[in-house]
Structures are given as structure tokens and as C-alpha cells.
Design a protein around this ligand. Structure first.
Ligand SMILES: NC(=O)c1ccc[n+]([C@@H]2O[C@H](COP(=O)([O-])OP(=O)(O)OC[C@H]3O[C@@H](n4cnc5c(N)ncnc54)[C@H](O)[C@@H]3O)[C@@H](O)[C@H]2O)c1
Length: 254
């Protein structure tokens, strides 16, 4: 039986991947420090005889080795810090670089296939859509902290591709675009979609009240692609006839 080691297992996407890999017949070891994930996301998986959970930090190389023990065949690396909207810039840079290096080295030691989740954010402000894998990364200046996430994931992509070539392990980079669904963190951590969904769900009246709507708009400062008012093509708003404004994230009453 093949074994999969999944980091970020208690998070939104990681917990679904745990379910998927169990369903595909793997023995699954989930690893997460629960900084943003939740054991509730693994309620079903934890009842499964082929699943084990290990709480630990990807930046702690010894803790990873202690958790793994036996041979693993595939490493699915999802643990990460995301857009540093409210601080956490250093965490974002270090977890997404040191953490990735540690998990990648584990895959090399086991000769395991390595899969990492990168992000559409690496395209940055590139206005030429639709994107392809070869599209340019056009990031803003390092004085704007939101780009720390994209920079850290770009570093990850380079590191994974270089080590895959040098050490001979198969590796795949998956760039995920803004996603939503069950188990998503409904704060800004889950992305702009989460803010809208969270606001809609927490509304007690049948229709979202005007004040809640405006509050959610205030928190949503940019488009779904760049998540900032950086002036890129996606950020530009279009005045529509009447009292509506259109952005790439939808049409708003103004
Ligand atoms: N959800 C999206 O729309 C989206 C978009 C682009 C990229 N991604 C990428 O997909 C991956 C999963 O995203 P998600 O939306 O499920 O996020 P999430 O926050 O729900 O899951 C990330 C998990 O990693 C864990 N974690 C964070 N730091 C850790 C550390 N130092 N050690 C161990 N565990 C740690 C968290 O506790 C959390 O459970 C991430 O790599 C993210 O960058 C997601």
C-alpha cells in the first residue's frame, strides 16, 4: 500500500485532499500545526484506519522526521501562510521557504514524488489574460507587503523545479486560483470570496442588510485577481449607466 504525506492537512484544500487520497486507497499521514487549520475538517478522516494525524510545524525538520517514520511514496505540500494582509510578512516568507525546503528534502530522502500548491498570485499584475504556465510574473515593489506571498511562492516554484532536476525526484507545481467551498476559512484568510460568502452566511435576514453589504465592500479593497488597488487592468473599475460600478469581482451598486 502506498503512503502519502500531506502538509496543511487540516486546512481547507488539504483536508479535502486527505479524503481524496484515502478514497484512492492510500495510507495517509496528515501534518499540520493547526495555526489556521482545524481538526473539525478531519472529523471523518480521523475515523479511517488508514489515516494518522501529526501536529507539527513544517519549519521544524526534526518534528517532520519524527512524524514520518516509515517509507512514504508521495509528498503533497499544502502548508503555507497566505497573503499577509494583517501582518505575518516574516511568517509568510519563512514558512513558505524554510518549510518548503524541509518538506522537499524529506521527499528527496524517500525518493517520493513531490507536489506543491502554488498560487495564481505569482502572475502578479500581469494584465495579459488568460494566463498560461509561461506567462510573466509582474510583481509590485517589495515595499508593498502583499507581494511577499507571491515572492515566496515563486521561490518555492524555482526551488522545487531545481531540486527535482538535481536530485531526480518527480515533482509537480499546481497553481491554484481563488477557490471556495466547504471547510473554507470564512475570514480574509480564505481570500476575497470567503469574505462575501461569510458575510452572506452570517446575515440573519433573508436579504443581506445594506450596512453589512457596505461593510463587506469596505473590507474588499480590490479585485479577485490581484486583491489590491494596484492599478492593474483587473483593478480598473468601469462606471455603468445608473448607479452601478463594474469590477472584475462583480457589479456593485454605488
Ligand atoms: N484556497 C485557495 O483559493 C488557494 C489559492 C492559491 C493557492 N492556494 C494554496 O493552497 C494551499 C492550501 O490553501 P488553503 O486555502 O487550503 O489554506 P488553509 O489556510 O486552509 O490551509 C493551510 C494549512 O497549513 C497549515 N499551516 C500553516 N503554516 C504551517 C506550518 N508552519 N506548519 C504546519 N502547518 C502549517 C494551516 O494550519 C492550515 O491548516 C496553500 O499552499 C495555498 O498557498 C490556495
Amino acid at each position: 500500500m502506498k503512503t502519502a504525506f500531506i502538509t496543511g492537512a487540516a486546512g481547507f484544500l488539504g483536508s479535502h485532499l486527505v479524503d481524496e487520497m484515502l478514497g484512492s486507497g492510500y495510507r495517509v499521514m496528515g501534518y499540520d500545526n493547526l495555526s489556521h487549520g482545524n481538526l473539525r475538517n478531519l472529523e471523518q478522516a480521523r475515523l479511517h484506519p488508514r489515516f494518522s494525524f501529526h501536529q507539527g510545524d513544517v519549519c521544524d525538520r526534526n518534528a517532520i522526521r519524527k512524524a514520518v517514520g516509515s517509507k512514504i511514496d508521495v509528498v503533497l505540500h499544502l502548508a503555507a501562510f497566505k497573503i499577509p494582509r494583517y501582518g505575518n510578512v516574516t511568517d509568510t516568507l519563512l514558512i513558505n521557504s524554510d518549510g518548503t525546503l524541509n518538506v522537499l528534502q524529506l521527499a528527496v530522502e524517500h525518493g517520493a514524488k513531490f507536489v506543491i500548491t502554488s498560487t495564481s498570485d505569482v502572475y502578479g499584475k500581469n494584465p495579459v489574460v488568460p494566463f498560461s504556465e509561461e506567462s510573466d510574473s509582474i510583481l509590485g515593489p517589495p515595499t508593498i507587503s502583499r507581494w511577499a506571498y507571491a515572492a515566496s511562492k515563486l521561490f518555492d516554484e524555482h526551488l522545487v523545479l531545481a531540486m527535482s532536476e538535481e536530485k531526480g525526484i518527480p515533482a509537480t507545481v499546481i497553481r491554484i486560483f481563488g477557490s471556495y467551498g466547504p471547510r473554507q476559512n470564512l475570514s480574509w484568510w480564505g481570500g476575497p470570496q470567503a469574505v462575501f460568502i461569510g458575510t452572506a452566511r452570517s446575515s440573519t435576514s433573508a436579504a443581506m442588510s445594506r450596512s453589512r453589504f457596505w461593510n463587506s465592500r469596505k473590507r474588499f479593497t480590490g479585485c479577485a485577481v490581484c486583491r489590491g488597488n494596484c492599478g492593474c487592468k483587473c483593478c480598473r473599475t468601469t462606471r455603468l449607466p445608473g448607479a452601478f460600478t463594474k469590477t472584475c469581482a462583480g457589479v456593485f451598486r454605488t
